[in-house]
Design a protein around this ligand. Sequence first.
Ligand SMILES: [Zn+2]
Length: 92
Amino acid sequence: MIGKVYKCDVCGVESSAPIRWYVLSCGETRLGIFKWDQSEADKPYSLHVCGEGHAQVYISRWFEACLCSDTKIPEVEIESNLISLSKARFGS
Ligand SMILES: [Zn+2]
């Protein structure tokens, strides 16, 4: 089946053949990752990412949102996210 175009939820790139993409199933208390699967991709609350790098970006944001759910998710690099995560866990 051709014709349907998917959009990366991190960078916005579009593809009609997203074979190396991943599908994220994201809830407030859980986060699921699927290798590209048409039936998962078409579920209403699924997110689509164009590769491993952008899956990691989204996962970092999800962890950050869990730790401080009342603050807005900042637009920062992955490394900064990891540093702030370990500070939050072990104290500074
Ligand atoms: Zn992307």
